[in-house]
Design a protein around this ligand. Sequence first.
Ligand code: LM2
Ligand code: CA
Length: 509
Amino acid sequence: MAVSVPGKIFSTALSGEFSNPTCAPGRHSIVHLFEWKWSDIAQECERFLGPYGYCGVQISPPNENCVITNRPWRERYQPVSYKLTTRSGDEHRLKDMIDRCNRVNVRIYADAVINHMTGAGGSGHGTAGSPWNGQTLSYPGVPFSGWDFNSGNECHSSDMNIHNYNDANEVRNCRLVNLADLKLGKDYVRDKIAEYLNHLIDLGVGGFRVDAAKHMWPGDLRAIFARLHNLKSDVFGSNVKPFIYQEVIDMGGNEAIKAHEYTTFARVTDFIFGMKLAQVFRHKIAAKWLYNWGESWGQPNTNNVVVFIDNHDNQRGHGGGGGVLTHFEPKLYKLATEFMLAHPYGFTRIMSSYDFDRSNTNLGPPHDGSSIKDVTINSDLKCGGGWTCEHRWRQIFNMVAFRNVVMGTNVQNWWDNTNYQIAFGRGNKGFIVMNMDSSRLEQTLQTGLPAGTYCDVISGNYEDPNCTGKMINVGNDGRAHFSIDNSSDDPSIAIHIGARKGHPKKVTT
Ligand code: LM2
Ligand code: CA
């Protein structure tokens, strides 16, 4: 059944002041290098992310955090001050990384934890040596004191914690898992946070992921963002605002807080995306329904979202819950990621993980004593030493390039077998065929592409002048024959004009 779907990517909806990704031209995806050291990220920008067409990197929170026994990853979500020293490196390393990445056209987006400080209760010293006391709410490294936190005046729950997600006041003024909740209505608090974010902007970052945005009033966030500097003009040009994407977990249910409260000024992370795609690739919803993927599935406007298959929380059953696909199920994970990158909806983020035992969801990154280990790179491009590096999987990095090459085109030439075999094109630039069905796919399809011999970028690479994987011949009529064994590890084929024999290879536009 051939259906033509009118594409919808150039929306008329206004997007916010901070919604524009600040990628270098021709680049359209970021990767979260979760818990990597700054020195490793600097090298990764130069040796891989730049050459392979990535736009940028989401880094772990760069500010001082509390030190927890066995150094779980989650200690980095308990700020002690805004000094730039963590297990990933100090300010000098951070600056070196930002400069080196910017030089090869890769942007840095910092994870900004600004809703709270450490857990209330306990005391100690942070990763930069600053003392903190969660009993008295004293954080002299900023400095913040008890006056700077929400109290019983603002939060009316029995124990100061959040229990009722149907009460917006409680969700925003009480404590998220007992974390000391900052009083963001105060100018002093807003100023300190803006000073921190401006420090990062002046070092050259391109923007921020805002942690726990659901737990902050949109008006408070706007007041903080209004204080932000423009990005460094030598890198980004003049009058460019930071790119901001806010973590708002809105599954489309009945909770009090909705993603759309935040999308008039910046983007939100779209949690419906990974949940629904997991249902499709786990055979709970037939793939043919993807023909109208995007807003029709209850998701925000394409210009207002950052999309992803999994993130550092939901891949281990934290925030936003389980059920998503992860690197632990590589066949389905690759297919879902290929679909995400082939489809025009949203601004795409790739997760790059480290291995962990799923019975210990707190386990920190590969380490030697208290130091994070170097990321090791094998001769086949993959990583070793416990680093998973999904962003280096061929099927994924080649589809990052596919997305760059087809950007600006609509979904066209949709085809499905009424079940789990689907195919679609992107203008006259790219075409993908996927077989999640229980039988072989054997089809001649209209690709919309110019005649020629194309390298399938799922089974191999285009190494000019050769394809290392399958080759697909597109005839003068735009049609090509596809044959996909459903039991193969990679039951999909993707071709695009940046990997066409006899033409120069392209990974960006
Ligand atoms: C986020 N987004 O809104 C992060 O993506 C998520 O990783 C953070 O939680 C959360 N918000 C707060 O920044 C993680 C982790 C929690 C952990 C917190 C703080 O998912 O489990 O909470 O970081 O480290 C932990 C304990 C919790 C305890 C709390 C305070 O798990 O039981 O609460 O610390 O001591 C008593
Ligand atoms: Ca709050």
